[in-house]
Design a protein around this ligand. Structure first.
Ligand code: GDP
Length: 415
């Protein structure tokens, strides 16, 4: 049965995962989908399936992350993972999807560090001030060097990395991470299960001095980015975990720095803390400025649309995909109002009315048909005939163009 999806927007994260090819974007996404499970939404943790079983099942069905937006749940938060193609050839498409997502996780290969495609996508994300976190992956590989990778973030990306974790062990003996905010060790020793399954331990004696040093660096960097923390830091006040986390969130949303985490998606170490950080530090649709479009045929007259169900409907078609079971699907981000299955909407770019067919929210292992969906959400829509990537769909009585389409000027031949 089709359901209405109106979630507390504070608990929605629309994120993209960006990486140079082979850095581990697919593996990290698959791990995220595994850990979040389907039932985690209601607090129920599956502990039956081992990672490989689940992955094999998913691969057979071929729908793991072929979807342009996959929804999963972590600790009562809805995370929509938006697929941003990593290949340079798709630069334009990457740019477009950056407008659709609110925050991003950049995945790095711990051996190769910062690679060219990441530099390209990073620059595009800079253009739109997309809040970003970094995940240094593949720390189990020979030659992996977390600190070198962080240094490359400064040199090649010109970013301000905020190191939140330190690796414990290296290569084959990579065990887990030191959490510099909570000053504790998170380790993975056994088989990994869905949900939150790391062990919390004391920071190993051998890493104590390094942890203290990096904790100090963390506070210093944070103080430079945040006045509240600066004041307390200068006074020598003790900061609570909550205060530090709040400041990290503020500074990340303001695009002043990038929290850095690490692990290995391959061996399932580090992905759950990454999910925690996505929920804690990346923006909800409410943290993003209201979108400003313009009147049809009048780019000068601006129209603002807020992410609220009370506003007239507006949405952006950002990707057309072909689903093996459903045929042509158009992925739409709803910026304001509600999108309803069966409703007639206006495509303000073609000037034609379109009927919305079925509407789906795509999950890792199922798709959910929904009757209506609110602002801030991302869904796949069937039945649209003339809508293309970049077109705005909106309420027929309240037209708006969200993104100007620049076509080459038509050539008029005079006989
Ligand atoms: P993508 O191109 O960024 O999507 O990269 P993939 O996720 O397909 O990973 C590329 C290759 O690296 C695959 O063979 C993965 O199995 C492997 N890989 C991914 N993450 C890790 C990791 O943390 N450690 C190791 N050793 N290999 C990994």
């Amino acid at each position: 049965m089709a359901v209405d999806i109106t979630t507390d927007l504070n608990k929605v994260r629309n994120i993209g995962i960006m990486a140079h090819i082979d850095a581990g974007k697919t593996t990290t996404t698959e791990r995220i989908l595994f850990y979040t499970g389907v039932s985690y939404k209601i607090g129920e943790v599956h502990d039956g399936a081992a990672v490989m079983d689940w992955m094999e099942q998913e691969q057979e069905r071929g729908i793991t992350i072929t979807s342009a937006a996959t929804t999963c749940w972590w600790k009562e938060h809805q995370i929509n993972i938006i697929d941003t193609p990593g290949h340079v050839d798709f630069t334009a498409e990457v740019e477009r999807s950056l407008r659709v997502l609110d925050g991003a996780v950049a995945v790095f290969d711990g051996v190769a560090g910062v690679e060219p495609q990441t530099m390209t996508v990073w620059r595009q994300a800079n253009k739109y001030s997309v809040p970003r976190m970094c995940f240094v992956n593949k720390l189990d590989r020979t030659g992996a060097d977390f600190f070198r990778c962080v240094q490359m973030m400064v040199e090649r990306l010109n970013s301000t990395p905020l190191v939140l974790q330190l690796p414990i062990g290296a290569e084959h003996d990579f065990l887990g991470v030191v959490d510099l905010v909570g000053m504790r060790a998170l380790t993975w020793r056994g088989e990994t299960k869905m949900g939150e399954d790391y062990d919390v331990e004391e920071i190993p004696e051998s890493l104590r001095a390094q942890a203290d040093e990096y904790r100090e660096k963390l506070l210093e960097t944070l103080a430079e980015a945040d006045d509240d923390i600066m004041e307390k830091y200068l006074e020598g006040e003790e900061l609570s975990v909550q205060e530090i986390e709040d400041a990290i969130r503020r500074a990340t949303l303001a695009d002043k720095l990038n929290p850095v985490l690490c692990g290995t998606a391959f061996k399932n170490k580090g992905v759950q803390p990454l999910l925690d950080a996505v929920v804690k530090y990346l923006p909800s649709p409410l943290d993003i400025d209201a979108i400003v479009g313009h009147k049809v045929n009048d780019e000068e007259t601006k129209i603002e649309r807020k992410p609220s169900d009370d506003q007239p409907f507006s949405g952006l078609a950002y990707k057309i995909a072909s689903d093996p079971h459903l045929g042509k699907l158009i992925y739409v981000r709803v910026y304001s109002g509600k999108l309803e299955a069966g409703a007639t909407v206006l495509n303000s770019v073609t000037g034609r009315k379109e009927r919305i067919g079925k509407v789906y929210q795509m999950h890792a292992n199922k798709r959910e048909e929904i009757a209506s969906v609110g602002a801030g959400q991302i869904v796949a829509v069937m039945g649209l005939k003339d809508t293309k990537t970049g077109h705005t769909l909106c309420d027929t009585n309240n037209p708006v163009v969200l993104e100007s389409m620049s076509f080459p000027a038509p050539v008029i031949e005079v006989a």
